[in-house]
Unconditional design. Structure first.
Length: 329
């Protein structure tokens, strides 16, 4: 037997024009949710059917008591045809062309249940590197170094790095402590061939290695020389890092001895020194001759190599014999 089915989709909460149902035994399922079946009371031309779907966007299939679909044009087996439909969120008003003998309407939500979560997608490409933090450049003695995310401080010879967490100030505090090298002989030179004076002439020289003194550290020097050729007064200079710190002039031709000249960094620093010396003494019995200063100062960076030397100059042609030179700390 030919039957009609009516399937309606409500777009608003107002009545819609009806679409003729196709023949058959009723429409198929609606959305993906569980359908709600509501009985059609008999002998009533206008029905209010409650479905509680909670949305006007739903689908409705109606069947008469014989299970035949009820469209806008009823088949001969149906006692009534649908002539009007006003969908609501929880109930619909349905009009019939006659008084149906009973039946049911099945309501489906217009949207199905949420499907299962899809599989996790592939990991995306790495983003671009962020900008450097507060430190944008690191320099070593004025030369720019490669910037990396981390800075590593390393203890070295005569220098110790100690770092502690300062949580209250949200930082890490690092202290670099310089220490004097272990005591001992640094340089000794014995007697050398006589040196003929020509301008400022070097008699003895020694390069003190970087960081030998350390903060507050000292080195000591003594030397023995003799004016062996000529009788003119000669000037002798003790040069420390390019700066003349002591000087004396004499024409004495007997051996000269300078005992225990001391060069010390000031406490807590490596770039400021005090230099002290007793006077020259002579084997001839002459009175000791003082340097230009018993105590003098200098400002030499001892974290770098420092040249220490004794020079002579004044009258060309005279000769000085280096006898002994010793540096220790």
């Amino acid at each position: 037997m030919k039957t009609l089915a009516a399937i309606f989709m409500a777009a608003t909460a107002y009545g819609q024009q009806l679409v003729p149902g196709a023949g058959g035994s009723g429409g198929g399922g609606g959305g993906g949710t569980t359908p709600v079946t509501v009985a059609i009371p008999a002998n009533t031309a206008s029905q209010t059917l409650t479905h509680n779907l909670g949305t006007v966007n739903h689908i409705m299939d109606c069947y008469d008591s014989g299970g035949v679909g009820m469209g806008s044009t009823s088949p001969s087996a149906s006692s009534a045809a649908i002539t009007g439909w006003t969908p609501g969120a929880n109930s619909d008003v349905i009009g019939f062309s006659g008084t149906p003998s009973g039946g049911t309407c099945v309501f489906y939500s217009g949207s199905g249940l949420q499907g299962p979560t899809g599989a996790t997608g592939a990991t995306g490409a790495n983003g671009t590197n962020g900008t450097n933090g507060a430190i944008s450049q690191v320099y070593n003695n004025g030369s720019a170094q490669t910037v990396r995310p981390y800075l590593n401080l390393i203890s070295g010879s005569n220098a110790t790095v100690t770092c502690v967490d300062n949580s209250g100030a949200t930082r890490t505090d690092c202290t670099v402590a310089s220490t004097a090298a272990s005591s001992g002989l640094l340089n000794h030179q014995g007697q050398l061939a006589p040196v003929t004076i020509s301008g400022t002439t070097t008699i003895y020289t020694y390069t003190v290695p970087a960081n030998t003194l350390g903060a507050g550290g000292c080195i000591n020097l003594n030397f023995l020389i003799q004016h062996t050729t000529g009788t003119a007064s000669e000037r002798f200079d003790l040069n420390w890092g390019g700066t003349t710190v002591l000087m004396i002039s004499s024409a004495d031709t007997t051996p000269w001895y300078a005992p225990n000249i001391t060069i010390c960094n000031n406490a807590g620093v490596t770039n400021a020194q005090q230099i002290t010396t007793p006077p020259f003494t002579y084997n001839s019995g002459n009175n000791p001759q003082p340097w230009s200063a018993i105590v003098s100062t200098a400002a030499i960076d001892t974290t770098a190599n420092v040249v220490l030397k004794l020079t002579c100059g004044n009258n060309n042609g005279d000769a000085i014999t280096p006898v002994s030179w010793t540096v220790w700390h």
